[in-house]
Design a protein around this ligand. Structure first.
Ligand SMILES: Cc1cc2nc3c(=O)[nH]c(=O)nc-3n(C[C@H](O)[C@H](O)[C@H](O)COP(=O)(O)O)c2cc1C
Length: 226
């Protein structure tokens, strides 16, 4: 079975250092034989979570779409900047909406259950966003995700990439690609045993965007690897 990995970044910035690092990990996952959907959260514009709004309107269509996309994958590969010692509001808001219940996911968390995740972070600071990873790991464990131990925090990240968005340090490149590969290996081990071996689907809500929930996500933002 080919492992499907969903990759996304907690920064929507055009020249995001975290997106560059994520793209390196994605290369490792691809080399390990996975299929990777490297989406942009800009393509899922969501309001800041508000309980009254949800009671009145239900889940936003984009949140339903996001849940459907997550359901189609075995594992998550996430990059996050550190904002004031935590992970970003964009990423938090995305995970919060994705964890809300819908008809086919009454707990809201079934979409995450039994799946594997890996994280990377990058920062111009020396710690490379490590504090954000601690906060993110707590959230991901709460969601029911198994986070592999191969995390990578890239310090001084503003000096770390060349003009082609490749890491200048060969050892760092090897580690980050290795992280992507390790995610595939762990997901391969666990996927047949999990309830999501077929990457759970959402028959009622799965396709709000068209014939495939990923079909319309070909970056409206146009922010792709150069
Ligand atoms: C509101 C805000 C808070 C930040 N807080 C931290 C921080 O706590 N630690 C850190 O290393 N960098 C911090 N930074 C700097 C970010 O790491 C830096 O802007 C980084 O490049 C953002 O990631 P990106 O390049 O992927 O967009 C902060 C930046 C902003 C805008």
């Amino acid at each position: 079975m080919q492992i499907k990995i969903l990759a996304f970044c907690g920064s929507s910035r055009r020249d995001s250092l975290n997106q560059k690092l994520l793209d390196t990990a994605v290369l490792g996952a691809l080399d390990a034989g996975a299929q990777v959907s490297n989406i942009r959260l800009l393509d899922f514009p969501l309001p800041i979570y508000d309980g009254d709004w949800e009671t009145e309107h239900g889940l936003p269509e984009r949140a339903r779409a996001l849940k459907a996309v997550i359901a189609e994958h075995h594992a998550l590969l996430i990059a996050t900047p550190e904002h004031n010692g935590g992970y970003t509001a964009l990423l938090k808001n995305t995970l919060d909406w994705a964890s809300r219940p819908i008809e086919s996911d009454p707990t809201g968390l079934e979409v995450f259950a039994g799946k594997v995740a890996a994280m990377v972070s990058a920062s111009p600071g020396v710690l490379g966003g490590m504090r954000a990873q601690i906060a993110l790991q707590i959230s991901m464990n709460k969601l029911g995700l198994l986070v592999i131990p191969n995390a990578f925090a890239l310090g001084l990240a503003h000096q770390a990439f060349d003009e082609k968005w490749l890491l200048k340090d060969a050892n760092a490149e090897k580690s980050v690609r290795g992280l992507g590969a390790a995610l595939v290996t762990t997901a391969s081990t666990l996927a047949p045993k999990s309830n999501h071996s077929e990457c759970g689907t959402y028959p009622d809500e799965a396709v709000p965007l068209g014939s495939s929930s990923l079909a319309n996500l070909k970056s409206e933002s146009g922010r792709l690897h150069p």
